[in-house]
Write a new protein. Structure first.
Length: 376
């Protein structure tokens, strides 16, 4: 696609772009021809392959990451009046799901380097009402799970952005045994358009989630037989077909993102005040999802986003601090200054165009325009 900027034709670089190939077409067509569009054989196959790929024991495919987080919180027993400690620097879904169960999201500030929730801040936020921890592996960088596990509370990991991330011991994010939740929205490392999956090592939780995502009907129960409250959080076989095709190419797709991240790191190095995503440390490996930078404090973030847009470079503020969103302010009386690290990072963060097939030329152009907008 091209766009006209000051009379010159320039390439419009998309913010995100999935790679879809003939494998997806074949698999989706096969589902259409089979006539079994949902609760068919691909559901179990996708769940098994997904869990296997991570080294997790069980997988439960669901209609979105949000649905998976909701079910996982219910499964660890979160209910009315409980508190769940989580990050204010995340996509809003990770806090909203706590409210679905009439519990309260309690925010803890983040680490300025990894941007993940700071385990010390989490420890300080624990009260007798704390029912669970909901750490987020932000931008695909593994959260410090050992420190969080040491607090001895049930954990639901928000791994929606972290497919492909691993710890120093080689264990994948999602394979530590807690409930971990992945998302397959169109911008994710693996996409089924909309979708998600929960991994767990607990057979009873697998059984409960299988049932609750299907209106409370266990897989061995008859049609219209429901023995508990449930939801329609199913993932269709059409979506599973997309997921299976992409699982086969996942290594390539992840390597593509890592390559683009490396190009950005080179192209954007040395700009004073510009913070790049933290490099992998202590043996942890990021599963690349987005390339988010924090702008120098000398610049207004919204002005930079506008100036980039004028140069046909889409970018977006990512993430705004959840506690300062109007709904959270009104419901819980949050105000500026409560989580200063998160607020500083959130005010300066923008996501740049990022997808596995991005060319070196495209990265150079984004980096060049950003340098020019920043006057560096
Ligand atoms: C950190 C985080 N949590 C939760 C979600 C929710 O996933 P979904 O959009 O599939 O419901 C997302 C997806 O964007 C996310 O990035």
């Amino acid at each position: 696609m091209t766009g006209l900027v000051t009379g010159t034709s320039v390439e419009q670089i998309p913010l995100a772009r999935p790679i879809l190939g003939p494998e997806e077409e074949e698999r989706v067509l096969a589902v259409l021809r089979s006539g079994q569009l949902s609760l068919g054989p691909l559901l179990g196959e996708f769940e098994r392959r997904f869990a296997e790929r991570l080294g997790a024991v069980h997988g439960v495919a669901v209609s979105s990451g949000t649905a998976g987080l909701h079910l996982a919180l219910r499964a660890v027993g979160v209910s009315d009046g409980d508190e769940v400690i989580t990050s204010p620097f995340s996509f809003v879904a990770s806090a909203n799901v706590v409210l679905y169960e009439r519990a309260r999201p309690v925010f803890a500030d983040i680490d300025p380097v990894t941007l993940n929730v700071d385990p010390e801040a989490v420890a300080a936020a624990v009260t007798p009402r704390t029912a669970a921890l909901l750490p987020v592996h932000v931008f695909g960088y593994p959260a410090d799970m050992e420190a969080l596990e040491a607090l001895g509370l049930p954990i639901v990991e928000d791994a929606c952005e972290a497919l492909g991330a691993t710890y120093a011991d080689g264990v994948a994010v999602g394979a530590r045994g807690h409930q971990a939740v992945f998302a397959f929205y169109a911008n994710k490392q693996l996409t089924t358009g909309e979708g998600g999956a929960v991994t767990t090592s607990d057979a009873a939780i697998k059984e409960r989630l299988d049932s609750e995502r299907n209106q409370g009907r266990a897989p061995d129960m008859g049609w219209l037989d429901h023995d508990r409250l449930g939801f329609n959080y199913r993932l269709s076989d059409i979506a599973c077909a997309l997921g299976l095709a992409q699982l086969e190419r996942l290594d390539d797709m992840l390597a593509g993102r890592a390559r683009v991240a490396g190009l950005y790191r080179e192209a954007l190095g040395g700009i004073e005040g510009l913070d790049l995503p933290c490099p992998d440390a202590c043996g942890n490996r990021r599963g690349w999802f987005v390339f988010v930078v924090q702008l120098p404090r000398s610049h207004d973030r919204d002005d930079v986003v506008r100036a980039l847009a004028e140069r046909s470079i889409p970018s977006k503020p990512y993430f705004p601090a959840i506690h300062l969103m109007s709904f959270y302010r009104e419901q819980f009386g949050h105000r500026e200054g409560q989580f200063p690290v998160c607020e500083d990072v959130a005010a300066r963060s923008i996501a740049l165009p990022f997808f596995p097939t991005m060319t070196e030329g495209q990265v150079q152009r984004v980096a060049g325009e950003l340098r020019s907008v920043l006057g560096r």
